[in-house]
Design a binder for this molecule. Structure first.
Ligand code: CA
Length: 224
């Protein structure tokens, strides 16, 4: 999952960035409206965490661009402002949620999970597919109670496919979610195939993994 953090307060930037990275999100930071615009025009994001009071303008200005260029992105407004107007305006302009500062990082995480669940139509933080249980909060996969050890990259990949169930994701999209801006250094198109092969092998010890489909010439899809 790739996140753009638009925030100008250095301490908060550091805390959120470190936290998201420890949760295996890829996190880009923009401290000004101008920088955020550049990020929005170049990279696809799953989440945009948007501060409103920025040194060169109002974060709300970015919502129009976000809606235009970032169809997949969920937006959470981070605001110190107590004015109800800004929150209402933000939500009307397409933000998915807002958090009032100060907030706890665990609350941020919970809100992000809630949005992901809502968007993917999942009611809980876990999903069961053909006997496999994938638990997004615990970052764990099991089959009939037996834990299956996946590496963090394998889990992120599986989670991303499951959250986008019934949609084909190409290798580039999948790679971007694993490596983000570091893609250029690490990217090799067969990395994804290797990870998928390993996931299938580990899960396949227990039961069929036919629900993880290879779509020839395009990429992969989880069919539920
Ligand atoms: Ca600010």
């Amino acid at each position: 999952m790739r996140v753009l953090l638009v925030e100008d307060e250095p301490q908060l930037v550091k805390e959120i960035k470190d936290f998201l990275r420890s949760e295996n999100y890829v996190c880009d930071v923009a401290q000004k409206v101008k920088d955020a615009s550049e990020n929005l025009a170049t990279n696809p994001y799953d989440f945009i965490l948007l501060d409103l009071g920025l040194p060169d303008g109002d974060g709300l200005e970015l919502l129009t661009e976000i809606r235009k260029f970032q169809e997949m992105a969920s937006v959470i407004i981070l605001t110190a402002r107590s004015e109800i107007d800004d929150k209402v305006k933000g939500l009307q302009m397409g933000a998915d949620d807002y958090l009032s500062k100060p907030f706890s990082l665990l609350e941020l995480k919970a809100r992000m999970h809630a949005i992901l669940r809502r968007k993917s139509g999942l009611k809980n933080s876990e999903i069961s597919i053909d006997g496999f249980l994938i638990d997004f909060s615990a970052k764990a996969v099991s089959y009939l109670g037996q834990e299956i050890k996946l590496t963090s990259k394998e889990f992120i990949l599986l989670q991303f496919l499951v959250l986008n169930k019934n949609r084909v994701l190409n290798r580039f999209q999948l790679s971007e979610h694993l490596w983000g801006d570091h893609l250029d250094d690490e990217y090799q198109s067969n990395y994804i195939d290797v990870h998928i092969k390993n996931i299938r092998k580990k899960l396949g010890t227990y039961a069929s993994t036919e629900w993880i489909e290879t779509v020839r010439g395009l990429g992969y899809k989880v069919k539920i």
